[in-house]
Ligand binder design. Structure first.
Ligand SMILES: [Zn+2]
Length: 479
């Protein structure tokens, strides 16, 4: 047993169980033994193997990221920030999945290692990683030191484009079933991993690429294991139109009809609801269906904002009673920047500065996200909770003056102020450096992998274009 004490922390964001919310505390000690917090308060007098000076520190609960794709998103840096199709309501999702695709595990390993470092450096300690199963994933995740919710994706169909305006589907249910079986085997293997930090999420990839049978069986497998289920829902206008064409129902209503909504079901994005101004469907009941069934939403503002799309609006989801969490669907894997963006975009969408507060968004990035994962021992600093902690340096210029250090952190400093990170009581980031992985070396492999990916684009693209034609550089290259 090893006990660590953070002594006299200047500021702490602690969990107040009585009112179920995060609160500031000042000048308190936090003690944790192995993986559990055992004391939060003044004048800790118990044993201590290591004492950390809490002066000039803000101690946060480790952030909970409930939606990410680390095995490919970093490969799109410099490629996809401005890539979308006007004829597909701006989304570039489908063209990307066809033209810019990853096929080798070396690329996946480089991409994931790079992303895990970014996540740790921005204070994420719990991560939902939605990726196709690949060799080496469990070992790399265990090595990273992160708390992992591995979500191996599978589907009955693949998206296919022959032009830039029609979304088509290549169905292969046998392949979906194979992927489902492999996903469950991987989840069970991860859960048994001796590090004790890994778990799983059952993850049929998209509401429009999975059959009702596969989705229902996925739900049953999740329930049997006591695990959450996550699926991308209402992430594009094309998807909503496709589901209306197939079923006469929006994606959310169809998900409800086939019985996959409920506590433990996390809807990836749920942005284009029937009430959204780009949909304006007459039913106007999607939000209530999500709330009434106890389902939750993983909100990831960045990829949509880059397309010119926006959730309308985060505050309405909260007031409807939906449990909201945040994710980093794309690169950069910086959950603090997602908090900031989510707050600002919600206010723009609502034209109301009071629609959400910083506290609402921080809750979503910590305890709210943990609730969606059916885990009340994460995202909270209180005795008995997991020792997942982030120490923020109040002396970095972007934190100063630290009158309200959470605002300094979210709206100004972000990852620049993250100094030390503990997961399960073990220090993974020290003095702003990830100790478990090598980001610089992963970055070199990532650049090679991106080159390979871009070279194969003409073979994959429906018009045989080069990567430069699909996504030109932001400025012309002059002699
Ligand atoms: Zn996603």
């Amino acid at each position: 047993m090893t006990t660590t004490v953070i002594k006299n922390a200047d500021w702490v964001i602690a969990w107040d169980e009585g009112v179920s919310r995060q609160v500031y505390r000042r000048g308190v000690d936090i003690a944790f033994t192995d993986d559990r917090i055992d004391f939060v308060g003044r004048d800790y007098a118990g044993p201590a193997d290591r004492v950390i000076d809490g002066q000039d520190r803000l101690v946060l609960p480790g952030l909970v990221d409930i939606h990410s794709h680390p095995e490919h998103e970093p490969l799109y840096r410099g490629v996809r920030e401005e890539h979308g199709l006007r004829n597909m309501h701006m989304t570039g999702l489908y063209e990307r999945s066809q033209a810019f695709s990853i096929t080798d595990d070396a690329a996946r390993a480089a991409s994931a290692e790079f992303a895990y470092c970014e996540l740790l450096l921005s204070g994420v300690t719990s991560l939902v990683d939605i990726s196709p199963a690949w060799d080496g994933w469990i070992d790399l995740f265990a090595k990273s030191g992160l708390r992992g919710f591995l979500a191996p994706g599978y589907a009955s169909a693949r998206w296919r484009l022959d032009n830039d305006f029609e979304l088509k589907f290549a169905w292969d249910e046998a392949r979906g079933r194979e992927g489902f079986a492999a996903a469950l085997a991987l989840i069970d293997r991860a859960t048994r991993h001796p590090c004790g930090r890994l778990s799983g999420i059952v993850s049929p990839m998209q509401i429009d690429t999975c059959t009702a049978d596969l989705l229902r069986d996925s739900r049953d497998a999740a329930h049997e294991r006591g695990l959450p289920l996550t699926v991308h829902v209402s992430q594009s206008v094309a998807e909503v139109h496709e589901m209306l064409r197939r079923h006469g129902k929006t994606p959310v209503q169809w998900a409800d009809e086939i019985g996959i909504l409920g506590p433990g079901t996390i809807l990836g994005h749920a942005l284009f609801l029937d009430s959204h101004s780009w949909i304006r469907w007459w039913t106007r009941c999607d939000l209530a269906r999500i709330a009434d069934t106890g389902s939750s939403v993983a909100h990831c503002p960045t990829p949509f904002a880059r397309y010119g799309q926006i959730m309308e609006n985060f505050g309405d989801y909260l007031r409807a009673g939906v449990t909201m969490g945040l994710g980093t669907d794309t690169t950069p894997h910086n959950l603090v920047e997602e908090i900031r963006k989510a707050a600002i975009l919600a206010r723009i969408a609502a034209r109301d500065i009071e629609t959400v507060t910083t506290a609402d968004l921080f809750h979503a990035a910590t305890a709210g996200g943990a609730t969606t994962l059916l885990r009340d021992d994460l995202g909270r600093i209180a005795p008995g909770k997991k020792a997942d902690l982030v120490l923020v340096d109040l002396t970095v210029p972007q934190m100063m003056p630290a009158r309200d250090p959470l605002r300094s952190f979210i709206y100004h400093a972000a990852d620049r102020a993250v100094r030390d990170v503990f997961v399960d009581g073990r220090q993974i980031v020290a003095a702003g450096k990830v100790m478990s992985l090598d980001q610089a070396e992963a970055g070199r492999r990532l650049a090679d992998a991106q080159r390979r990916m871009l070279e194969t684009a003409p073979r994959r693209d429906y018009r045989g274009r080069s990567a430069e034609q699909i996504s030109p550089l932001s400025l012309p290259l002059s002699d």
